[in-house]
Design a protein. Structure first.
Length: 273
């Protein structure tokens, strides 16, 4: 075996032992490029270490996306802003994608009719946060409340709260599809209260804010307090337009339009184009 082959095998083994897969994949091709372009030793070392850094970042992002438990992968590039009837500002979404609101513990509420892209935006922004190496967790509201109730019954509620509090961005999807009993509503209220001004929350809902009380067993006081905490330091985006699934089924010329309006106290914080 040639000296070069022996060195290559040794480097591969060392990269594996040191858990540096990026370096292990890149050192050989970078060595050829270094010889052809007459790099200095420092330049070559910089390039192979950069390859390892990139590999670790990609691995961290994959881990963050995996632990977020998104039901499917959605990207901002795939969102149809034209179909949103001008209700969703690309500039506002671009700003949110930078993730600067997350360390400030601000919230995002996406309200609008079924099929108008609320979940798409929530997932896509969650993925952008994961790319920034933020810890994200996605859950449908009904599933989250069920988990809270089960944890309470098993005397594991404190542990679940600690685990969820470690999440920097909690995405609560489909609030309003399934009403909660009083116990479930109180548990969700307590969770969001614990995160108030400490951790960020994204909520998607198909209900006007005035109808949220129907989800929380008619408890107006609890509902008002929940909205007050969510909407404070929040961006509220009201989606409009035709349902994506209806657009797929409709014949040309048919139309189905609906909207969900924020209450007057929140309208000044609603983001529109």
């Amino acid at each position: 075996m040639s000296r070069a082959a022996v060195a290559r095998d040794l480097l591969s083994a060392q990269a594996k032992s040191l858990k540096m897969p990026g370096l292990g994949r890149a050192f050989e091709s970078l060595a050829r490029q270094a010889r052809e372009e007459h790099w200095g030793y420092e330049d070559y070392l910089h390039e192979v270490l950069s390859a390892e850094q990139s590999s670790r970042l990609e691995s961290a992002v994959r881990h963050r996306v995996h632990e977020a438990r998104f039901p499917e992968m959605k990207t901002l590039d795939a969102f149809d802003f034209a179909a949103a009837d001008g209700a969703v500002s690309p500039a506002v979404i671009t700003e949110l994608a930078r993730g600067e609101w997350i360390p400030r513990a601000e919230n995002l509420i996406l309200a609008g009719p079924i099929g108008t892209g609320k979940t798409h935006l929530a997932i896509a922004l969650g993925i952008e946060a994961a790319k920034l190496r933020r810890r994200v967790f996605f859950a449908r509201a009904a599933d989250l409340v069920r988990s809270l109730l089960e944890a309470r019954d098993q005397r594991e509620l404190t542990r679940l709260h600690r685990r969820l509090h470690s999440v920097e961005l909690l995405v609560v999807d489909e609030l309003g599809f399934v009403p909660f009993d009083r116990a479930g509503g109180e548990l969700l209220f307590n969770l969001i209260t614990d995160r108030y001004e400490r951790r960020s929350v994204v909520v998607t809902t198909n209900l006007p804010f005035a109808e949220w009380v129907t989800v929380f067993a008619g408890d107006e006081k609890l509902t008002t307090a929940l909205l007050d905490r969510l909407a404070h330091h929040a961006t509220v985006i009201t989606t409009k337009g035709k349902s994506y699934r209806m657009r797929q089924r409709e014949k040309p010329g048919q139309s189905l339009r609906a909207g969900v309006e924020a209450p007057p106290a929140l309208q000044k914080r609603t983001s529109k184009s």
